[in-house]
Structure formats: C-alpha cells, structure tokens
Design a protein around this ligand. Sequence first.
Ligand SMILES: *Cc1c(COP(=O)(O)O)cnc(C)c1O
Length: 425
Amino acid sequence: MSEPLPASERTDRAGLSALADPAEGDALAGRADLAARAARLDAADELGTLRERFALPEGIVYLDGNSLGALPVGVARRLAEVVTQEWGTSLIRSWSEGTWWTAPERIGDKLAPLIGAAAGQTVVGDSTSVNLFKALVGAARLAGPGRTRMLVDAATFPTDGYIAESAARLTGLTVTPVDPGEAAAAMGPDTAVVLLNHADYRTGRLHDLPGLTRAAHAAGAIAVWDLCHSAGALPVGLDAHAVDLAVGCTYKYLNGGPGAPAYLYVAERHQQAFDSPLPGWNGHADPFAMTPHYTPAAGATRGRVGTPDILSMLALESALDAWDGVSIEAVRAKSLALTDFFLECVAAYVPAGAVEPVTPADHAHRASQVSLRTDNAREVMAELISRGVVGDFRAPDVLRFGFTPLYVGFADAERAARTLGHIFG
Ligand SMILES: *Cc1c(COP(=O)(O)O)cnc(C)c1O
C-alpha cells in the first residue's frame, strides 16, 4: 500500500540525499510503514463502514467536522419530503396532526443517549448562544440570593463569554474568568454559577467534567457545561456526573447541518424550579389556551421559547440516524487512536520544529481534535485545503484538525500529515 515518495520528501532534511544518509533511509522506511499501518488499521476498524452513512465528496480528507459535520445520506431525501409533503401538501395540519409540534422534545430524546442523559431532560431549539443565555440566567436563579460570582472559562469560545457577561449583569452577579485547571480552587461560598467548556475549541484540551462538577457542588454552586466540542466525539455522562445544566450545538460532531438547532439539558431535579428568562409561548403548560399569564410547562419543555425552526430541526432528526447502533465508547476509542496516529505521522513527516502540538498528549485531557501551532498558520491551512486536506485555522497561529470517527479513517490521518509535510518540505 505504500506510495512512492515525492522528491520533496527525499530531500527535506538539510538537502541530504536520502540514499546517502542511513538515518534518512530509516526515516523513509518508517514513512512507508505508516501508510501500510494506516491501511491495516482501517481494515480492522469496527466503525469503518459508517462512512457509507455520509455523502462525502471524493478525494478530500475532511478534518473540519468539529466546525460543520458532514452530510448524512438520508437527509436530502427527508428534507425534500418535509418541504413538498409536510409543508406543501399537509400545510397547517403538520403542526397538529403531524410530527412538528413535539419535535423539540422528541429530537432532544433522540440525541440524549449520546450525552448520557435519560429521556425528558433535553430539548432542541434555538442556537447554542440563546440556550446558554437561558441556562445561565436559569442557573443564577436556581443558585438563589447571597452568592455573587459567576466563574467563566477564561479561554471560552467568545460567544459564551459575551452571553455570560450579560446574564451576570441581569442577575446581579460578577463574572470572574478562570483557567479551568484552576477553577476548582476558585470556587467558594460566593460562587453561584460555574460555566465551563467541556473541550477547549482552540487547543482541543478536554476538561475534567466529573471532577469540576463535583467541586462546584461541594461549593454549593450550579455547574453549566458547554458540550459543543465534546458531544458526538466522546462520552459526556451528564446524568452520571450530576451535571446541572448543559448546552451544545448539533452541527459539529452531531452532523445536523449548517445552523441546525442547539439543545438545552436541564437535569430533572432542577426542572420544577428552572425559571427561563425567555418564557415564550412554546414553553407554556397549555400554549393553545392563549392565556395572558405564563405558566411554565413541566419538564424540559419549559426550555422552549417560540416556534421551532422545523426544516433545520427535521434535518437534524434525520441526521441523527447516522448514530444508529453506534456506541459512543467505541467512537472515543477510535478518536484517540486516530489522533495518536495523526500525531505520530506529523512527527514523522513534518520537519522538526515546524509545528508544535498544543493538544495535550495524554488521553485524559485530549478531546477529538489536534491543534498544531505554526508560523503563517493561515497560509499553511489555505495550502492544505488547496491540496484536498480540509481543516481550519484559528487566530493567531493554530492549525486545527477535527477527527470525527464516524467518517474519518487512518489513511485520512496519514494523508493529512504527509500533505502537511510536503508543504514544509
Ligand atoms: C461552536 C460553539 C458555539 C456556537 O454557538 P452558536 O450560537 O451556535 O453560534 C458556542 N460555544 C462553543 C463553545 C462552541 O464551540
């Protein structure tokens, strides 16, 4: 399975001829071996056939599923049916007689196993930003009076920080930015709410959700987790770790499509007291009674706001079929194997010192991406994309490669690293 090595690789170390340098000869053998190993790993991969569930273009290596997941095969047909039949023909009846009205709870329950949530706690709708607003104001109200601080992941994806600032202002709290590694020590009797990202979007570092949730509870605080970069990539265990509230998007590892609705998880024990700052009529106990007074619905439904985005939502419902029979533990095992292998290939193919991994090497702290710091990262990524390896760039100097085990294989990882090596060669 090994491919001939291009001239640029044979002369990439100080211009020495590969054949004249025994060490370089070993390196060449090692590189050929990587391609062969990738083929063997793919052949033995129990998740390997899941790629058939996606309509990926030929010839590219797609390592950006942590920004926009690939298109699952059934979605186009389902969406056409929703548009022409459910909307075009059934019209208004699709709300009352069809599947539309109950979609937010139904689809919430469909994705709940992937985040370790029992049914009845997850509702789909709105964006992550909007759900975060509901969760943070709701959390501050659950925490009650007497506590003054909201601790927020200092390296958070920006929208979370912006929303937290406003939610804190509205509820009389003060935001304190914390490094997640030091968050537990920062929690105390004045802490009302702790907002953390499960995985850091830039570095790919995975934070200790069980331990930090325990620490928040020990301090008497409410733990809110953003799962955007972990859900669909690794086990989250919301119920098992007694998380209070969580949000996440569905267009990354869950492949729901561009702008697919996000989700809000409210642990059952908090639902009765959860007081949403956006009490729209869809979250009302009896929406069609059209009463002037708001009475929240029971359960996760009170997390709803207004009329859901049915087209995106039903596309997501269909997209989640790609997970049928898939164990998230198996996904995690493959994700770690893929990122280990990619790092090994990068070390073999890319000249020493050209890139520096910023994603932790230890599995306990690695999510499902590899971030490499390099000079001219923007240009390097543009060049990679032009050569068919699609990752993304995060300012100021990070190359980001997302590994989505449902449709990325070991040969993809090898080709991506080899292409990166050529660029520096
Ligand atoms: C992707 C992402 C978001 C996206 O928020 P939207 O409201 O969907 O635009 C929010 N938070 C984190 C941590 C993310 O990674």
